[in-house]
Design a protein around this ligand. Structure first.
Ligand code: ATP
Ligand code: MG
Length: 395
């Protein structure tokens, strides 16, 4: 059996140029190493367009599962590494072909080391003819069952027959920080995933309303944050006590305006916390039209109170698409646990769909919300969740 011993990693977002590209590769390299920081016996190598991990032993499933969660990778392949000597390359390709139970093949050589004596075309033809002579396989240049890719480099050559799709995007933590309103529902964790995929470092802010919301509800949000931190290794979660503000809102405002007023308070607080923590934007899991409070009029009324960009990665997603993504990233089962959120408890019966800014300002003039906002922020509970792995039985 040909034993694959090296994983070859290709980068996504190749449009990045110059210094950006260098940063991209360096960040990706560090993120990949970090992903396997519990495993000592891997060796890493990077070139201008590839990263390689060499390993001994049965690590393929573990590597596959983890690399699929590293943003910035377009694809990766398990390869057999040989010295860059023609005979060795040919023998390995022949061995792979003999082991294969397919009908057709194609040799796809890429000579990156121009001092190698044979060019890509000649390598393709020579190896193909050896395989034709020694096996029953036929050549199919259009849709081969077994594409054998060969990357010839100065000292080493990598041979592979498969390509696994990566997550794409930009390496985590390379494009600045954003503060995400994380509710514990289905949408905001998916929004978090989309933001991290753009290379943004996400900090989370959660509004809790004890005793109306329980410790379980808070822990659910922390569990979600921990799951999501796998992509960026750790995450700060700001838990803000929101009960007093909510009770005041219910005291001064008519029921249909409660949600809008609550959102305005959440955004005001988020803006302050963002600025204090060097986040250049805030973000939410809103999507147009999803619920009454997510109309354009409502978004306008809410945005009116902040002077910081508000990112809404799911703005045009269907609920079904969001649920599919939540299932794919494994947050769905946790999100649907039936713990109360502050918004579900204080949920008004008929929320206004076209709120009016003057009306909001009128209600807000009825109490000293600025002071209450300061107090809520002063009483925040900051947690840093760190992604850790259960000790696994690797081999
Ligand atoms: P989600 O599934 O993310 O809760 P949703 O469809 O239930 O979204 P809403 O509950 O109206 O919609 O919330 C819209 C957005 O407001 C959420 O995606 C989230 O970003 C933010 N949000 C709502 N409640 C909270 C909360 N208690 N703490 C932090 N953010 C919240
Ligand atoms: Mg919600």
């Amino acid at each position: 059996m040909v034993k694959y011993d090296t994983v070859l990693i290709r980068f996504g977002e190749l449009s990045t140029k110059g210094k950006n590209r260098k940063d991209f590769i360096q960040k990706l390299y560090m993120n990949i190493k970090n992903t396997f920081n519990d495993i000592d016996d891997f060796t890493y190598r990077k070139t201008h367009d590839r990263i390689y991990i060499s390993f001994e032993g049965d690590y393929q499933d573990l590597i596959t599962e983890r690399l699929k969660k590293v943003f910035g990778i377009s694809s990766f392949s398990f390869t057999k590494k040989v010295d860059s000597k023609y005979e060795e390359i040919e023998n390995t390709c022949l061995e792979i072909a003999k082991e294969s139970e397919t009908k057709s093949f194609k040799i796809i050589a890429r000579r990156q080391d121009k001092t190698f004596p044979l060019n890509s075309d000649i390598i393709n033809r020579n190896i193909a003819s050896t395989i034709l002579k020694n096996t029953d396989l036929k050549v199919d240049v259009h849709e081969p069952d077994l594409p054998i890719r060969i990357e010839v480099q100065k000292e080493l050559t990598y041979i592979t027959t498969q390509k696994i799709l990566g997550a794409g995007g930009y390496p985590a933590n390379m494009n600045g920080k954003v503060l995400l309103l994380l509710s514990g529902g289905i949408d905001s964790p998916v929004a978090c995933y989309e933001l991290m995929k753009r290379g943004l470092k996400v900090e989370a802010i959660h509004f809790a309303a004890p005793p109306y919301t329980s410790e379980n509800a808070k822990n659910k949000v922390l569990t979600l944050a921990k799951m999501l931190s796998e992509y960026q290794f750790d995450m700060h979660v700001h838990i803000i006590p929101f009960t007093d503000l909510q009770l005041e809102i219910y005291r001064v405002a008519k029921d249909p305006y409660a949600i809008t007023l609550m959102r305005r308070m959440m955004f005001r607080i988020a803006e302050k916390v963002a600025k204090a923590n060097n986040c250049l934007a805030i973000a939410s899991g809103e999507s147009v039209g999803q619920v009454a409070s997510q109309t354009l009029e409502s978004i306008n009324t809410i945005n009116d109170v902040v002077h910081i960009p508000v990112l809404r990665p799911l703005i045009c997603f269907d609920k079904i698409e969001i649920i599919d993504l939540a299932k794919k990233i494994n947050t769905y089962e946790t999100s649907i646990l039936p713990y109360e959120d502050c918004c579900t408890i204080f949920d008004p019966k008929n929320p206004v769909t076209k709120p009016n800014i003057e009306k909001c300002e009128y209600y807000e003039s009825q109490f000293n919300y600025l002071e209450m906002i300061e107090e809520a922020i002063n009483n925040e509970d900051i947690k840093k969740v760190i992604f850790t792995r259960e000790k696994e039985d690797y081999l």
